[in-house]
Write a protein that binds this ligand. Structure first.
Ligand code: HEM
Length: 457
């Protein structure tokens, strides 16, 4: 069995000392070994108290939050605020309920069918780029490549524009600054800050957010003005603009639209890019898995792939699901106790951070057989009965489950099928790859690879 790279869990005392000494690093590499074993337990190194909750029953209580006392964590919400305001990803209670009701239809089945056409066009364009790279044999960053491709897909499906436009390129580059510098990725805040403290923002993050919102504003205004020659926009932005509150009949204000569409861009491309980097890494290093995947894809012929064909590719889907288990793009789903609470016998004072960590839950020895091994057949129909409800949550769980889960799975399956059918990926410096938790789960250093036209095609 192949066990892809992961940080070695630390002894509790070493974890504590390293954290105190550095005040830096990332939560994933500083986790003590017990974080992978407990039902629920304290991570000993934070001023505010961090309770990690791994047990499926307990975490369900936190994420479904029937009493409304576990909102999104204040540190995360504050760090994302300059970009996404109080939008669906971070809002709480009635504000969130209204937003979710209004945005859900933009991710309906029918919309996914339309999005598939734009996704396929983005992959067509992307193949031209890869063809050029095959010609030169130049190494390139898989991280940047995947972020670019998924950002292009978001631009096309949300705004009917492509990453070829200067606006979209500027948005993409500003997002890269945001991803690297946003306060949420500063581990020292988690360790030293008091709960509910104001989050100082870096000037460069604020400038990047301003640029992104300026461009989002242009795109929203062009939609509000209607298409050229009276044409009607037919994309996700148009659906969100047309959405009405069932009670008041009112739509989102312009500011709210910028907030919501900023989230679509953020949550809609960084996550899928993260998952694809790891999937291509595994397939590049595991020829047997690649061969099985190609056998399934090749059975659909070498023409354009239809949505139905992609949906029927169960091994492609299972490879992606298993990669989401080993490398969940959102490794930590933080909440905060807005009131004193008791969770699994632990007293959590107001302000405690409640850490639901797909990263540790997906690798918990009581929940998974051989948890660090890559075994896509765990998700096959024959073995489905082995899965423990609540132990697999790359898209979250409960009412706040990811709105774009169907979109992301379709997009990823299409990209994997199309690119693996045509190219061989050679992963460089494989022994130096190490995952870290930034805004999403990323390789510590950019993952470099070379691409060639598939040898056995
Ligand atoms: C592999 C790709 C993706 C992963 C792993 C992922 C993961 C997640 C997770 C874990 C949550 C829940 C966070 C929480 O409870 O705090 C979430 C929420 C969300 N995701 Fe995704 N996501 C992905 C793709 C997408 C895409 C493609 C979109 C939109 C185009 C999207 C939009 C959202 C939104 C708007 C929410 C907030 C939902 C709410 O709170 O009501 N995500 N996602």
């Amino acid at each position: 069995m192949y066990r892809p790279p992961r940080p070695t869990p630390l002894a509790a005392v070493i974890s504590l000392l390293r954290t105190a000494a550095r005040g830096g690093g990332d939560l994933m590499s500083l986790l003590p070994a017990k974080a992978y074993r407990v039902r629920a337990g304290w991570l000993g190194y934070s001023r505010r108290g961090i309770l990690i909750v791994n047990d499926p029953e307990l975490l369900r209580d936190v994420l479904t939050d029937p009493a409304g006392i576990y909102p999104k964590n204040d540190l995360m919400a504050g760090a994302l605020e300059p970009l996404v305001g109080n939008s669906i990803f971070v809002s709480h209670g009635d504000v969130w309920r209204r937003q979710r009701r209004m945005i859900d239809p933009a991710f309906s089945h029918m919309r996914l069918g339309k999005a598939f056409v734009s996704m396929s066009a983005a992959v067509d364009d992307y193949e031209h780029r890869l063809d050029a790279l095959c010609g030169t044999g130049e190494p390139f960053s898989l991280d940047l490549a995947m972020s670019h491709l998924t950002a292009d897909i978001i631009c096309r499906t949300v705004f009917s524009t492509s990453l070829r436009s200067q606006t979209a390129i500027d948005v993409f580059e500003s997002f890269t600054v945001f991803e690297r510098t946003c306060a949420q990725v500063e581990f020292k805040r988690l360790v030293f800050d008091k709960p509910f403290a104001a989050i100082p923002q870096h000037p460069e993050v604020l400038a990047a957010c301003e640029r992104i919102r300026h461009h989002l504003g242009e795109l929203v205004d062009s939609h509000l003005a209607g298409g050229e020659g009276g044409a009607v926009w037919d994309d996700i932005a148009a659906e969100v603009i047309a959405a009405r509150d069932l009670d008041t009949g009112e739509g989102f204000t312009r500011k709210e639209l910028l907030d919501q569409l900023g989230v679509m861009f953020l949550a809609g491309h960084e996550t899928t890019a993260s998952a694809l980097i790891w999937t291509f890494m595994i397939l590049g290093l595991q020829p047997q898995a690649m061969a099985r995947l190609r056998a399934e894809v090749d059975a659909s012929g070498d023409g354009a792939l239809s949505l139905e064909q992609v949906r029927r590719m169960t091994f492609v889907r299972n490879v992606f699901k298993e990669t989401l288990r080993l490398y969940p793009p959102i490794p930590f789903i933080p909440r905060v106790a807005a009131e004193d609470a008791v969770i699994g016998g632990h007293r959590a004072k107001r302000g405690t951070m409640l850490m639901i960590a797909p990263w540790t839950i997906h690798r918990h020895r009581d929940l998974w057989k051989d948890p660090h091994a890559f075994d896509p057949d765990r998700f096959s129909a024959e073995r489905e009965h082995e899965l423990i409800p609540g132990a697999y949550l790359p898209f979250g769980l409960g009412p706040r489950v990811c709105i774009g889960a169907g979109f992301a799975q379709l997009e990823a399956s299409l990209i994997l099928a199309r690119l693996c059918r045509r190219y061989d990926f050679e992963i460089l410096d494989a022994d130096r790859i190490r995952p870290v938790a930034r805004l999403t789960t990323r390789p510590e250093k950019q993952l470099m690879c070379r691409v060639r036209r598939r040898a056995d095609a």
